[in-house]
Design a binder for this molecule. Structure first.
Ligand SMILES: C[S@@+](CC[C@H](N)C(=O)[O-])C[C@H]1O[C@@H](n2cnc3c(N)ncnc32)[C@H](O)[C@@H]1O
Length: 286
């Protein structure tokens, strides 16, 4: 029996359902027409997102969405927003920032100029959290943060630096738990059900579109932070993106991943050494 590549990839012993085949065709169409490559994303989450998108946007079938998407770039952008999970928070998983303060900042101090890349920054909270941390540690003036995402809509939100005030309590709690010394309110102004990031913090952040699957390295970074993105990628794609991060870092540069992400079982794991296991902080070794 001739097995299709898809069946091999997903280790299926049965044929794909109609819906699953349509999702595969949709991913091919999205790539061929607009260059967005979701073909190596894990299927469970991808299928859930497509199912939700067609139901929320009143399409009868995936193929109806595909027809429209091929013709309409705006539909494509809207769909990419629907396909990606953009959940984030200020000082999300605060222990990560505590480890950055304790184990990474002392080494960063030896650099006259610091470049940090936040890949998959979503609506910007992570990049602003890092900017706050660097300012508190006296490194704000010599650091540039490159904050990138595949999704142009979340980047628009990120560059505004305006957030709903229902996020404020969590932001304050996380900030305190991250080993901070000041008050979160020192970095934001609050009003009209929103809080606004201090414009001074924005000065050293460059928000720009970058696709981890199809775009190139960001050179000579002292740190790459990419949290809660690799979990959506299949193993081969995780390996490829890890090489991208390795090649984007200075030797001795640091890498931060999400709490649920691991280098274990990836073929290029030996190119990094663990700085803090639970916080998922690593260092490029070669
Ligand atoms: C769950 S959010 C994580 C946000 C933030 N890093 C955090 O941990 O709070 C995942 C982000 O990765 C982005 N993303 C997904 N695929 C990507 C790709 N191929 N290139 C760049 N960003 C991508 C999504 O658009 C989304 O904003």
């Amino acid at each position: 029996m001739v097995e299709t590549k898809l069946m091999q990839q997903d280790h299926f012993s049965h044929q794909l359902s109609e819906f699953e085949v349509e999702v595969e065709c949709l991913m091919e169409a999205l790539f061929l027409r607009w260059g967005y490559d979701f073909r190596e994303y894990t299927r469970a989450s991808l299928r859930r997102r497509v199912a939700r998108y067609i139901s929320d946007n009143s399409f009868e079938r995936v193929s109806d969405l595909q027809n429209e998407l091929i013709k309409d770039k705006k539909r494509c952008n809207h769909f990419v927003r629907g396909l990606t999970v953009n959940v984030t928070d200020m000082f999300r998983d605060p222990s990560f920032y505590r480890v950055i303060r304790e184990k990474v900042v002392p080494e960063l101090r030896s650099h006259p100029f610091i470049k940090i890349w936040h890949a998959g920054c979503s609506t910007g909270e992570e990049a602003y959290s890092m900017a706050i941390l660097l300012r508190e540690e006296g490194l704000g003036d010599r650091a540039v943060i490159y904050a990138t995402d595949i999704n142009s809509q979340v980047l628009d939100q990120a560059s505004k630096g305006v957030y709903h005030d229902r996020m404020l309590a969590t932001a304050q709690e996380n900030y305190q738990a991250s080993g901070a010394r000041g008050h979160f309110s020192d970095f934001v102004s609050v009003g009209y059900e929103r809080f606004l990031i201090d414009p001074e913090l924005k000065r050293n952040i460059v928000f720009t579109q970058h696709d981890l699957v199809t775009d190139q390295v960001f050179g000579e970074m002292q740190m790459v932070v990419c949290r809660n993105v690799l979990i959506y990628f299949r193993r081969e794609l995780q390996t490829k993106v890890l090489t991208l991060f390795h090649d984007s870092l200075d030797i001795g540069g640091f890498m931060g991943l999400g709490i649920k992400e691991s280098l274990r079982s990836l073929p290029n794991q030996n190119r990094f050494r663990e700085i803090d296991g639970p916080a998922r902080v690593f260092q490029r070794v070669d």
